[in-house]
Ligand binder design. Structure first.
Ligand code: HEC
Ligand code: HEC
Length: 242
């Protein structure tokens, strides 16, 4: 038979915390009895605490600024995107809800990309919200570079879709100016090779965590229906929109 529990055996983290608080209070009372240091001790505590609160606020603001410059190392100095070995998307002017949802998607393995998983999984929800709010305010010109002879055909697909092939007009969801709304992304100014790569690889990269439903399913049938030349045309059209 087990012996009845004594107080000592039942030590939980909460008890440990309480014990720490109790001994801190004892120390504090002992300090108070030293008459000459009493006012100084009070002053230290009062000013020490308020200085620490200010530090915490500055630290979070400066850590968001530090993150932003880290993001810009890859996404470009105004987050306008970067055409490197692989295309890095424009974040500037993007809908904040979309940015937040995608950062969570990388973390939750709904969207697969090793680079962005490594970047995103260290970000707290409040930092994610702050970054999304900041990048949505950026407004650089599109970096361009798409074959412009394709843009006219792309404009038609964007505005009217291709009813015969069951392709919905992009404008119906992404908005007449391709600026998006909420969790539907802005496409205006998005990099030509990035848009092509996303539309071509949709199901390999998105909606990858079957335990979590996500917004990628809304876009999936459209991505499937587009032919290679339609993808190129519509990507050329949106990439130059301001
Ligand atoms: C080492 C390079 C690198 C860094 C640093 C980086 N990114 Fe990325 N990011 C990428 C790449 C590459 C992609 C494209 C992934 C893909 O093709 O699906 C991407 C995609 C994204 C997307 C998806 C955009 C879209 O249109 O769907 C978001 C959002 C994003 N990054 C936010 C950030 C933020 C915020 C930071 C800083 C905290 C950051 N990234 C830092 C390389 C980087
Ligand atoms: C029924 C609504 C709907 C229609 C129609 C639609 N989209 Fe989308 N699209 C979405 C949603 C929602 C997302 C976000 C998906 C996610 O969360 O992964 C998206 C995402 C995208 C992305 C990814 C952007 C990025 O930054 O990674 C591209 C590219 C895209 N759509 C292009 C198009 C094109 C081109 C058309 C027209 C041929 C089109 N879409 C039509 C709803 C739609």
């Amino acid at each position: 038979m087990r012996a009845p529990q004594t107080g000592n055996e039942a030590i939980s983290p909460q008890h440990t915390r309480q014990a720490t608080i109790v001994s801190a209070l004892r120390l504090w009372r002992r300090l108070l009895t030293v008459r000459s240091t009493f006012p100084i001790a009070i002053l230290c505590v009062v000013f020490g605490l308020s200085a620490r609160a200010e530090d915490a606020e500055n630290a979070s603001q400066s850590s968001v600024q530090a993150k932003i410059s880290y993001c810009k190392d890859c996404h470009g100095p105004s987050a306008q995107g970067y055409r490197g070995y692989f295309p890095i998307p424009r974040l500037a002017g993007q809908q904040p809800e979309y940015l937040e949802n995608q950062l969570r998607a990388f973390i939750e393995h709904r969207r697969t990309n090793n680079i962005m998983f490594n970047v995103a999984h260290t970000l707290s929800p409040s930092v994610i919200a702050a970054l999304a709010a900041e990048f949505s305010k950026f407004n650089p010109k599109p970096i361009g570079g798409a074959p412009q002879q394709l843009a006219a055909a792309g404009k038609k697909i964007f505005e009217d879709g291709a009813p015969d092939e069951n392709i919905a007009a992009c404008a119906a969801c992404h908005g007449p100016d391709a600026t998006g709304s909420g969790e539907i992304p802005r496409l205006a100014g998005q990099l030509y090779p990035y848009v092509i790569s996303k539309l071509t690889n949709w199901d390999k990269e998105r909606g990858r965590n079957p335990t979590i439903r996500d917004t990628s399913a809304i876009m999936s049938p459209v991505a499937h229906s587009l032919s290679k030349s339609q993808v190129e045309a519509v990507a050329a059209f949106v990439s130059d929109l301001k």
